[in-house]
Design a protein. Structure first.
Length: 179
């Protein structure tokens, strides 16, 4: 899935519970942590940029080395347990729930990538390092895969914004009635 969609899904899933300044980045970090260092490495060593439409995973070895970890549910579990521990030590009223909200965009990123990547180009190693099992999906850029996702994402945001607008109108009406 494209980075913009990952960002918007992360924000939608945690809307009203976690700041967009956290949820948006958490939705894209699995990709950014793999591809930014790979791009910097390529620039430093003069490696030609690969054409994404024809590339295979082995064309980007640095990215693949990092990607295996950033797209592993093991990392999500470690992040969750760390966040839970930190929030619990700060005596947050609901540390387990907030830790889940913190990692949910990252978790959802992995779930969306499992069917959206082929075996040839960055299959999602969601069980890494315990298993090499990966699902052979379709490229996320394939129109019949990406367009429904964009339509669903747009519908989710339409619903969220409409619901928030209606809540605001109700709050204004209640305030006016009390005055």
């Amino acid at each position: 899935m494209d980075v913009f969609s990952h960002w918007l899904w992360g924000m939608a899933l945690t809307r009203g519970k976690v700041s967009w300044k956290v949820s948006g980045p958490m939705g894209v970090l699995p990709d950014l942590m793999a591809f930014i260092p790979s791009s910097i490495y390529g620039l430093i060593y003069g490696i030609e940029r690969v054409e994404v439409d024809t590339a295979i995973t082995s064309d980007l070895p640095v990215a693949w080395s990092i990607y295996q970890w950033t797209h592993s549910l093991t990392i999500v579990l470690i992040l969750f347990l760390t966040a839970w521990y930190v929030l619990k030590s700060k005596e947050h009223e609901n540390p387990k729930y907030m830790a889940w909200m913190f990692v949910l965009p990252w978790f959802f990123h992995i779930l969306m990538d499992i069917p959206g990547h082929t075996i040839d180009f960055f299959p999602t190693p969601f069980l890494h390092p315990f298993s090499d099992f990966m699902f052979d999906g379709v490229r996320w850029s394939t129109w019949w895969f990406s367009w429904p996702q964009v339509i669903i994402l747009g519908s989710v945001w339409w619903y969220i914004l409409k619901k928030e607008k209606n809540q605001s109108i109700e709050e204004i009406a209640e305030t006016a009635a009390l005055a």
